[in-house]
Design a protein around this ligand. Structure first.
Ligand SMILES: Nc1ncnc2c1ncn2[C@@H]1O[C@H](COP(=O)(O)OP(=O)(O)OP(=O)(O)O)[C@@H](O)[C@H]1O
Length: 810
């Protein structure tokens, strides 16, 4: 892969202390971070104690980075191999892996028995602490075991921010909490007794853990920081922090503590705030870099082009974040640029049960298997239990799965991957299924208290955004029962109901927009919702004009009469005939109407397609009862003819043109060269009069006296004021292709050359013949073997005009 100019510039930037690389999802931030390592290693690690650290937030991303390196093409491997294999001074780790190392140093020195508490120990200890403090704070209802998870989260947050004393906690703006309890307090007022109680609880909880020889994860982080600051061993000359928006303040301070500030050092923050999905993160909440001691003015580089996803997927994903004021208002927001890579629009489905969703996955995966390897497919859901459920279901159906946990996953195993939304950050797959985008799950309203409702929504909106931007080629989204409110924020025109079909997902049409109300027995029926959605789709998506649609279309089946819910008509040879039949059922009622549909289709030879749908399921069949992907878009030739079509033969240059004249406005004409298909630009057509028939000849009157005129291009005539049009009455010229009824264009003139077709007057009667002078006589030749040539003395023949073209109706 060739880096673009902006990426290469960043990779090859001379290190100059701290810098920020911000960019949209898929813009190559991780790619740049990786390449920069080999650049720094080659050029800016002159001393033997120069080390480079690439730190990531989550373990899945770390594993994925390792996996991606192995896949790099041979030419790039040369460079990368230096630090991947042989060279020991490059470390790629998660932030926790590094901090645990320092924590171990700390415990070895102070308390070798110290261990990290598991979740069960944390809950047991918090309940103990609550119990001990309840007497002291009898009025604080929050001090109750039922709020344990809320309180643990708050304590975690206090530690994540490195808050050391109660006074600071009393003053601080509490932004970013998202895991309250169902009945958690609505607001943690500043300088309140509630905050006092929480802070005391934190202290008591830590003491109790300590007695048990335990620390929780966030205290482990604090001790690691303390250790790093104490020993002052600044090991890393260059630090690159991928996904830096996810780190806590303490984690960021820790990295500063291990950063060796040499003249050629660098600490690079790689960030995308739009993807900040952790409530305890520091920078991701819009805080300035100055809060951790870095002024980024003039030190930020931006990557705007998303290389990962197609334009269709990107558009839908960006549509989502555009609805979020918090995201758009963030100073570090980067407006994404689209690259010109197109693919299938995202597919969105909803289901009435988990089993139906699973069934859909199974069927789609079985289809996808023909084009993709199973390991190119990843199913993502917000919660772990949801992906585990899906994995179990798929395994039962014989589809191998790989759940990507923290443990080292095998990205190469022939299996469908499954992962949580949080863990998929930084990863990418050709096909992504985002499952269970359900109300209540996304956003998880049960967990939000009112103070943080917006923050929770923003965080979950970002989660969905992260998920959507993981897909290289194909994105499926689905909900079970009520869809997440975020899906309604995406323009429905950007989503599809199924693969390889233009059909959009079911949407309720406002009753004021209903069509054919006067033809419908019960506009309030549930089935009508589906019919009106299909009518809307036929008109807006498939572009069938309303007057080609009929509802309750009557068909005759032997002795029985039936009524098709929607019939799409089209014109064939001027006749209006049924083309598509649609049978609808009320939402989720199944497509049992399919057999009915087949029998209706069989009542007419004209019907080519049938659709049976209940808004959730759909079958599209052709007249042979075979499932097809889609129905055709409306084509111009399906419509009733609005133009008269003729062919004009220009006898002056032997060219043929299509001559199309609007039925309502004869002045509106279109001329097309029949050989080149080029449509002629007709700025100023001229008018030529239709003056009568050939037998009458060309009258002497002026053009203005005639009302019937034709509009034609100027170059078809020699001179407008001398051109007339006559209708052919006889068949004497049919071998020249001139038929009775044709219109001939005649230039008024008294002479002619041998071989010209002329209008000649003999005995005051006009006739059209081929002119052939022979000495003092003239031969007038018919082009029809049934007629004899006429030989006349020259003085008895009056040439009235020469035929210069023929217009023939088709
Ligand atoms: N210049 C480029 N040309 C072609 N493909 C590129 C280019 N830069 C990056 N890519 C590809 O785009 C995809 C996204 O790159 P990468 O994962 O580095 O982006 P990112 O900004 O870290 O994404 P995210 O923040 O969404 O995780 C990868 O498949 C990468 O190979």
């Amino acid at each position: 892969m060739k880096l673009n100019v902006e990426q290469r510039k960043i990779v090859e930037l001379e290190p100059n202390g701290h810098m920020l690389i911000k960019g949209v999802a898929g813009s190559g931030k991780t790619t740049v971070a990786i390449r920069r390592i080999s650049f720094l290693q080659t050029h800016y690690c002159p001393e033997s104690d120069d080390n480079i650290l690439l730190v990531t937030f989550n373990r899945t991303l770390l594993n994925y980075i390792h996996h991606q390196y192995k896949k790099l093409e041979d030419e790039e491997k040369g460079d990368l191999a230096t630090w991947l294999t042989g060279n020991q001074n490059v470390t790629i780790k998660t932030i926790n892996q590094i901090m645990i190392g320092h924590f171990k140093d700390y415990s070895n020195q102070h308390n070798p028995e110290l261990n990290i508490a598991d979740q069960r120990a944390e809950y047991a200890t918090i309940e103990q602490a609550i119990d001990q403090l309840q007497e002291e704070f009898p009025n604080i209802k929050l001090l109750s075991p039922k709020y344990s998870s809320f309180l643990l989260d708050e304590i975690d947050w206090i530690k994540s921010c490195g808050i050391q004393d109660e006074e600071t906690y009393q003053q601080i703006d509490r932004i970013g909490r998202s895991t309250g309890g169902r009945n958690a307090p609505q607001k943690l007022t500043k300088n309140s007794q509630t905050r006092e109680a929480i802070f005391r609880l934190k202290e008591r909880y830590d003491q109790l853990l300590e007695i048990k020889g335990l620390v929780d994860f966030k205290t482990m982080n604090l001790l690691a920081l303390q250790q790093a600051q104490k020993i002052g061993k600044k090991k890393y000359t260059h630090i690159i922090i991928d996904e830096s928006q996810d780190l806590t303040k303490v984690q960021l301070q820790f990295l500063t503590a291990i950063y060796a500030n040499k003249p050629y050092s660098s600490i690079t923050f790689v960030a995308d705030n739009t993807q900040s999905i952790y409530s305890h993160s520091w920078l991701g909440k819009g805080r300035a870099y100055t809060t951790i001691g870095y002024d980024m003015s003039g030190r930020a580089r931006v990557l705007t082009k998303n290389y990962r996803t197609t334009t269709e997927i990107s558009k839908a994903a960006y549509g989502l974040i555009e609805h979020d004021e918090q995201i758009m208002g963030n100073v570090d927001y980067v407006k994404p640029a689209l690259i010109d890579r197109h693919g299938h629009a995202p597919i969105y489905r909803f289901f009435l049960s988990h089993e139906k969703q699973l069934q859909f996955f199974k069927e789609e995966i079985n289809h996808l298997k023909q084009e993709y390897r199973l390991e190119d497919i990843c199913i993502v859901a917000k919660e772990k239990r949801l992906i585990e459920d899906i994995a179990m279901g798929l395994e039962k159906e014989g589809i191998p799965t790989e759940v990507l946990h923290d443990r080292k996953p095998d990205f190469t195993r022939e299996a469908v991957n499954l992962v949580t939304m949080h863990s998929i950050k930084g990863l990418e797959f050709k096909v992504i299924f985002l499952a269970h985008l359900d109300e209540g799950v996304l956003p998880n309203t049960a967990q939000a208290d009112i103070e943080d409702e917006e923050t929770v929504a923003t965080e979950d909106r970002k989660l969905l955004y992260v998920g959507m931007t993981r897909a290289n080629e194909l994105l499926y989204m689905s909900s079970v029962k009520r869809p997440s409110k975020f899906l309604k924020e995406i323009d429905p025109d950007l989503l599809r109901f199924k693969r390889n079909s233009a059909l959009r997902t079911f949407q309720i049409v406002a009753m004021s927009e209903y069509k054919f109300k006067d033809r419908i027995a019960n506009v309030n029926s549930k089935e009508e919702l589906i019919r009106q959605w299909m009518i809307q789709q036929l008109i807006h998506t498939y572009k069938y004009p309303e007057n080609l649609l009929e509802v309750e279309y009557e068909v005759q089946q032997f002795s029985k009469r039936g009524y098709v819910d929607i019939a799409v008509m089209r014109y064939v040879n001027g006749e209006r005939v049924p083309f598509i039949f649609v049978e609808t059922k009320s939402l989720g009622n199944g497509i049992t109407a399919k057999s009915q549909l087949t029998s209706y289709i069989n009542t007419s030879n004209h019907v080519q397609y049938g659709i049976a749908t209940d808004g959730i399921n759909i079958a599209i069949i052709d007249h042979n009862d075979k499932e097809v992907n889609d129905i055709p878009m409306c084509q111009p030739h399906f419509l009733p003819e609005t133009k008269y079509k003729s062919i004009y033969k220009n006898l002056r240059n032997n060219k043929e043109y299509d001559y199309l004249q609007d039925k309502d406005d004869p002045e509106l004409i279109e001329i097309k060269d029949r050989v080149t298909d080029l449509v002629q630009d007709l700025d100023q057509p001229i008018q030529v009069p239709i003056v009568g028939n050939v037998a009458a000849g060309i009258p002497s009157a002026a053009i203005e006296d005639y009302q019937d005129t034709l509009f034609v291009p100027e170059e078809w005539v020699i001179q407008a004021q001398d051109t007339f049009v006559l209708q052919v009455t006889g068949d004497s010229m049919i071998d020249e292709g001139i038929q009775p009824g044709d219109l001939v264009f005649v230039h008024r003139q008294q002479t002619a050359n041998s071989g010209d077709i002329v209008i000649a007057v003999i005995d005051q009667e006009a006739t059209m013949k081929k002119y052939m002078p022979m000495g003092s006589t003239i031969l007038l030749l018919p082009a029809n073997t049934n007629y004899e040539p006429i030989q006349m003395n020259a003085e008895d023949v009056f040439i009235n005009g020469k035929v210069i073209g023929v217009l023939q109706k088709v």
